[in-house]
Design a protein around this ligand. Structure first.
Ligand code: RP5
Length: 164
């Protein structure tokens, strides 16, 4: 199975990345995690992206906060799908990173998930890899079904409380 590459701009982004790794663990998808910054270690970030396809990755998650150009910088150096996670920082509630990540100019796309959306970033990578992997697609179907069952159980409780 193809691996997911996970890059964060700083180890201060780790709590958001851990939501992604937890989801990938659940789905038994292999991954590699790195701290590479688009501005502090631009050479390492570029080299990771340039070699990602030959190193067996199928999709890349890039998480960064503030003027978050990491996902775009990674995407500039690979044609693998890049999922950007805008990370919330102390000042602008993550809207700075959201705009920086989502507003990619034409030609270099970054699929951007919600602010701090680590779990959805992992799920989107899983769905990309599952295009060519029937077993993984079945796991994703099973997860959707079990998530739906949880909601319907909650509906049962709320209905019993209010709908008499
Ligand atoms: C970004 O700046 C990082 O992705 C992080 O979200 C933010 C702050 O980084 P640190 O100052 O905590 O290293 O590059």
């Amino acid at each position: 199975m193809k691996k997911v590459g996970i890059v964060m701009g700083s180890d201060s982004d780790l709590p958001i990345i851990e939501k992604a790794t937890a989801m990938l663990d659940t789905l038994e998808i292999p991954y590699e995690v790195h701290v590479y910054s688009a501005h502090r270690t631009p050479v390492e970030a570029r080299d990771f992206a340039l070699s990602a396809r030959e190193n067996g990755f199928g999709a890349i998650i890039a998480a960064a906060g503030m003027a978050a150009h990491l996902a775009g910088a990674i995407a500039a150096n690979t044609t693998l799908p890049v999922i950007g996670i805008p990370c919330k920082s102390n000042t602008l509630d993550g809207v700075d990173a959201l705009y920086s990540t989502v507003q990619m100019p034409t030609g270099i796309p970054v699929a951007t998930v919600a602010i701090n959306g680590g779990a959805n970033a992992a799920l989107l990578c899983a769905q990309i890899i599952a295009v060519e992997d029937k077993d993984l697609a079945a796991k994703l179907d099973a997860k959707r079904a079990s998530d739906a069952a949880v909601v319907l159980e909650k509906d049962k409780k709320i209905s019993a409380q209010f709908n008499k």
